[in-house]
Design a protein around this ligand. Sequence first.
Ligand SMILES: Cc1ncc(COP(=O)(O)O)c(C=O)c1O
Length: 387
Amino acid sequence: MKKKLSQNPKVDFPKALAQKLIQRCEEGTLRSLKKPDSKRVDFSSNDYLGFSRHKLISEFALDKLKTYPGQLHGATGSRLLTGNYAMLEDFESYLQHFYNAEAATVFNSGYDANLGLLSAIAQRQDLILYDELSHASIRDGIGLSKAKAYKFQHNDLNDLKEKLVKFQDQFETIYVITEHVFSMDGDCADVDGIAKLCVEFGAYFILDEAHSIGAISKTGDSPFDAVVFARIITFGKSFGSHGAAVLGTEPLKQYLINFAKSFIYTTAPGVETTARNWAAHLYLESSSAEFESLRMNIAFFQKQIKAHRLIDFFIESQSAIQSCVIGGNEEVKLISSQLQEEGFDVRAILSPTVPQGKERLRFCLHSFNTRNEIETALLALAKYLIQ
Ligand SMILES: Cc1ncc(COP(=O)(O)O)c(C=O)c1O
């Protein structure tokens, strides 16, 4: 008789790994999974426009699925094998039109897009200059590439220029990458300034638009687009869904299909998700209501932090991400749990995710937050912070 396989309950956990967990416990930085509490006011999700809960978008998505009769529910393979279904190709064509780009290549997530793009394009003889506050997916993509990489000081065009001057003759190709809206600070890069420097030094500009599309502009469309080598847009933030795309030229798309490992060696995005992503774009194209409500909430939040004398705690930001720097993991966790108890879901961002001393509460604003919610949350914050 065949012996039934069962997991050995005595499988050892390597000591070095256990030690790392113990260290996290001791430092008060151990991460754990928690269910979101839908009773609390949402000041923490990336669903900036409320699209994850939008009935009309669900209907649009169903309609889209119906226009592809016979479409299987699973992608069934990678894009280069059986996963290149018609709806996905049509969605990419639609994205080209929506974002005014020559070509769009869909990835399973923004993390995959940055990883695949950066690891594939930058060669041994190349240099990548990246903003020091760049997202982990950008840094991991750089880490997987063979190129040399240096960070430039956050949003510091002089530092970037100095590095471009210093390295311009030492490398075959220089790539410069930044986020448009920074995920932890919420501030914006000087995209025009960086684009001009890239033109001056013949560098290739890559822009991560994860938190800007739908939050500071509907399509990110602007005059500097012509000099951007690649833009990364994600569907898990303002579109309330999942996935991402790299926008760029036709040769870039061809290159990614051939060399981006996170595109090649993975099952293509799900069919229902593609329908949802397309529906969310169609909705955003047809309506500005949520975008405008979000912009009004951002303006109202700014007014309120001034009114409650909180402005010095907040990093200057015109985006949906408003960060209140408190400093100290324990201090931030305490105020976050006090706000949670009062019914506001505001999350603590701890070191090492942000530098030590810059631990913060990150308010993510939404189109659906009410003025009353914003005002009462900030009143509570002022009570705990200023006393
Ligand atoms: C700037 C930035 N780029 C990329 C990503 C990754 O996107 P995704 O969540 O789709 O993997 C994130 C996610 O938080 C992000 O903040």
